[in-house]
Design a protein around this ligand. Structure first.
Ligand SMILES: Nc1ncnc2c1ncn2[C@@H]1O[C@H](COP(=O)(O)OP(=O)(O)O)[C@@H](O)[C@H]1O
Ligand SMILES: N[C@@H](CCOP(=O)(O)O)C(=O)O
Length: 331
């Protein structure tokens, strides 16, 4: 259930009219999602999603909403936040920060194939390029400084072998971040959480067709390669084992690079960033699992999944060369 703050028909109707989004026809609480209150609404103009932000503050939200607006303006299929007559995209409803975006068509593909990966890879690169002239900056709030802060907090909850891996990987990532190749990585606005459940596909003429990226609430300014690595760690692995799926990985990376070729430093650091992406989500899942926030509505995800992904990435580093030689990694 993801309606934490009730909105009545009258309240929604007045709100949508004030944004000139038409006359309310339907209002339906959305059962998916765990962070925010989401309603699917339809007016005589279009279907929308009304979100009341339960956790993020009014200070953080403008970056996410403005980024979505910027990307939508540049033709990237992302929810486009509705502005009021003053151009504001962050509103307030029933005491909560609120936004209204267009509803993307389709549904998430939780068992993606090669073609899904190809589409997401190409669109990810287009999104990175479209973000180049986005004027706002906000650091990735779940990057290295947060890992350094959070690892000591979760360590006491781990088995010795897990603690050893976590500390060793954090030391390795601190070392990587001090290298000139890392500093030279191209950067910009990244989604930072573009998992399978944050992408929609619609069926067009019988063909699954990417219809949008959403849930930009971990977005920030960081290395584009990190975003690519986060995606590869979700879209292109075998979920039960965490092992890389070479065919999907190659399709994803090739599609990405066909839009934005990777720099020599990105090619060099792909294995390290795949480890960084696994570490980031292992830490956040450990944190949510062992230290649930008071009155938290979050359902913690299984941290051991990303421990497995990290172990795979350490044991079998995935280089671009290997991606094009499918025999190089064990099945
Ligand atoms: N713009 C959108 N278009 C279509 N569906 C959406 C949109 N935004 C959210 N949803 C739906 O609402 C669900 C919850 O959204 P999400 O952003 O993941 O919520 P939370 O941040 O609370 O986890 C998604 O799984 C998706 O089905
Ligand atoms: N993708 C992350 C969790 C982020 O939660 P979301 O529901 O806001 O996408 C993970 O799998 O750990």
């Amino acid at each position: 259930m993801a309606v934490y703050t009730e909105v009545s028909l009258d309240e929604a109707s007045t709100f949508l009219t004030s944004l000139k989004l038409g006359n309310l026809q339907t209002l339906e609480g959305c059962s998916g999602g765990i962070e925010n209150t989401n309603y699917f609404v339809t007016t005589d103009q279009a279907p929308y999603v009304l979100t009341l932000f339960e956790r993020l503050s009014a200070e953080q939200l403008p970056f996410y909403l403005r980024l979505m607006k910027h990307l939508a303006f540049h033709g990237i299929p992302v929810p486009d936040p509705a502005a009021n007559r003053d151009g504001d995209v962050l509103h307030s409803l029933n005491g909560k920060p609120a936004a209204v975006v267009n509803r993307l068509k389709g549904k998430s593909e939780l068992a993606p194939g090669v073609d899904h990966c190809r589409q997401v890879g190409a669109m990810l690169a287009r999104m990175h390029l479209a973000g180049r002239d986005f004027s706002m900056q906000q650091p990735n709030l779940r990057a290295l400084p947060w890992w350094n802060e959070t690892v000591p907090v979760v360590l006491p909850h781990l088995e010795p072998a897990q603690a050893q891996l976590l500390q060793a990987e954090l030391a390795y990532q601190n070392h990587v971040a001090s290298q000139s190749a890392y500093t030279a990585l191209p950067r910009g606005a990244i989604h930072a959480d573009l998992f399978r459940d944050n992408v929609m596909f619609d069926t067009v003429d019988g063909v699954p067709t990417l219809s949008g990226f959403f849930d930009f609430y971990f977005a920030g300014t960081d290395a584009w390669l990190f975003d690519l690595a986060v995606c590869l760690n979700d879209w292109c692995i075998d979920l039960p084992t965490g092992a890389a799926d070479l065919e999907r990985s190659a399709a994803f990376v090739d599609a990405y690079a066909s839009v934005r070729p990777l720099t020599p430093q990105e090619r060099e650091l792909l294995p390290a960033m795949l480890r960084a992406g696994a570490l980031r989500f292992w830490i956040s899942r450990l944190w949510d699992w062992h230290l649930p926030r008071e009155a938290s509505m979050l359902q913690a995800h299984d941290p051991t999944h990303f421990e497995r992904v990290l172990r795979q990435r350490v044991a079998y580093p995935l280089t671009l060369q290997q991606l094009h030689n499918a025999d190089a990694l064990p099945a």
